[in-house]
Design a binder for this molecule. Structure first.
Ligand SMILES: [Fe+2]
Length: 257
């Protein structure tokens, strides 16, 4: 009887229940995916070239025309360099061609902001998603002390930071105003598509829903690492969430190389 008096906010899943289920859905409307881990053996994504092929086949079947794959550059775990990524990209392109995969394949990186990245920024040109746009992430648990200075220095050097999956950083969850600060400081935001499905938990789903509602996202990425992600992303095509995504003005389709 009390339920009449307490109006609960709708969960992300419930919000999408009001939308129609799409017929013949595909991600062709995005065209290019700009966050993934398809290069084999250099981070926590594809382990072998066979894994890479399975994931690329999934991307093609879901309607993507191009991918910019983004291996982690994280000194303690995945000490990738421009060379390891470029060499990996060549191998991936050859394997894709041999397997009749028609996707255009490019590579950039997902840079982890820490002391090492501060040095790297001074030393080497960064790999860009397109033009001057660079995908970055930081710790999921805490905000590193050099974060805002580093984002500022990137822009001083002519780069535009794209913050990967802003909805996943726990340090921002209880301070929603901080998201606007990042945007005011010139960052693009990239949504992990699976965040909205609850794949990373209810908190992440709620924040993602809020950022989407406020029109704060610029790009949509799969952040695909393995077949479990591929299966979950395939399910988005059969869900009501798809209608929301297809109507949002993501910049993916404007990417050019
Ligand atoms: Fe990633």
């Amino acid at each position: 009887m009390f339920s009449r008096f307490f109006k609960r906010e709708k969960s992300e899943k419930e919000k999408y229940n009001d939308l129609p289920i799409p017929a013949n859905a595909s991600f062709a409307f995005l065209g290019t995916d700009m966050h993934s881990h398809f290069i084999a053996g250099i981070d926590d994504g594809a382990k072998t070239i066979d894994d890479s092929i399975v994931l690329l086949r999934n991307m093609e079947a879901m309607g993507y025309k191009a991918v910019v794959t983004t291996p982690h550059v994280m000194i303690d775990f995945y000490p990738n360099t421009n060379t390891t990524i470029r060499e990996g990209l060549e191998k991936l392109r050859i394997a894709a061609r041999e397997n009749n995969i028609g996707l255009e394949i490019n590579a950039a990186a997902e840079y982890y902001i820490d002391e090492y990245f501060v040095e790297l920024l001074e030393k080497e040109p960064l790999l860009t998603v397109q033009k001057n746009e660079v995908l970055v992430e930081f710790s999921m648990m805490f905000e590193p002390p050099m974060l805002h200075n580093t984002l500022f220095n990137m822009q001083k050097k002519g780069y535009k930071p794209i913050l990967a999956h802003p909805e996943r950083y726990q340090s921002l969850h209880n301070n929603f105003d901080k998201y606007a600060e990042f945007k005011d400081r010139g960052c693009y935001f990239q949504l992990n598509m699976l965040s909205l499905t609850g794949y990373y938990g209810a908190n992440v789903a709620n924040i993602a829903g809020k950022l989407l509602e406020k029109g704060m996202y610029d790009y949509c990425g799969t952040d695909m690492h393995h077949e479990k992600h591929a299966a979950a992303i395939n399910n988005v095509l059969k869900s009501r969430l798809y209608t929301t995504l297809v109507n949002y003005p993501f910049l993916n389709s404007k990417l050019c190389f």
